[in-house]
Design a protein around this ligand. Sequence first.
Ligand code: F6P
Length: 359
Amino acid sequence: MLRIGLLTSGGDCQALNATMRGIVKTLMTNSEEPIEIYGFEDGYQGLIYSRFRVMTPADFSGILTRGGTILGTSRTPFKRLDIPEADGVEKVPAMVHTYHKLQLDCLFMLGGNGSTKTANRLREEGLNVIALPKTIDNDTWGTELTFGFTSAIDVATKCIDDIHTTASSHGRVFVIEIMGHKVGWIPLYAGVAGGADVILIPEIPYDMDNVIKTIEHRMETGSRFTIVAVAEGAISKEDAALSKKEYKKKLAERTSPSIVYDIAKEIEAKTGRETRVAIPGHTQRGGQPDAQDRIFATQCGVEAALGCLRGEFGYMIALRDGKMCHMPLEDVAGKLKFVDPQSDLVREAKALGISFGDE
Ligand code: F6P
């Protein structure tokens, strides 16, 4: 008997179910032993509190195209891993206990950066863990791609597309907030795909004067509208020069719910052009996975299951140089993958005339 646990952790994305389907189908097709499947509810919370469902292959049928996660998810911050739950339950010992109680042979963890840190901690505790790189943000270090990313790009691109027509009709500037607190992968890709005129991302601090110059230049040269795609965590050069503490204090004092409102206000005041804000928000994590995501999620699921059947544990499935591989958990845990400001796509976007507000 092969006994496996499955959990989905952190912010959801469109391709979680497709990934789990890939794992289970591959195990069913290739295992010489019968499989027992335990699906933990709401991420690590299910492992901590021993909340699970005994599942059958039928539970994973017909979910390739279904967004979200059939198991539910939650965030269990690594920072608070050694702080007991409100009811006194010690998280790590509780998770280790559940794993052993169910006599699991392997835990498949579908999660992003924080969740991978926790997976690594469980590995250090002696559990057989395989992590699969989930996040719309594409910021997991050690892999070129994460599942969820391409579907999120599609949603954000569609939003930019749709804003174009109304921005053009009214001759307005639109500031669109795109997900990405620490990294700018979605705004960069969706910005290029959707034809944004300005893209502001955390990795490239901006100067508002440069943004205003771009908008004014467009107005002078006959463009009726301007689209500014802004990452949630976009930062000005001035703020980037602050210490971490000073910047945190400034953020805490901000009265608007998002930087996009401040940017829009300043644009309207300085250019005299009507400016509006649009926020696709969590729609970027919603809906069906796109074709590319379904393929990559399936590849991740297949590779994880095959690794498990070979008795290989303690790694994250990754795509490197276009090839599927294993990255040791201790090497990837806790590291973020940022957009390189010198990367080809940034360079090409600039060559196209897109401003990043840095020059
Ligand atoms: O990590 C995925 C993500 O969607 C980020 O892009 C976004 O900043 C954050 O999660 C939003 O978190 P929450 O769903 O907790 O509001």
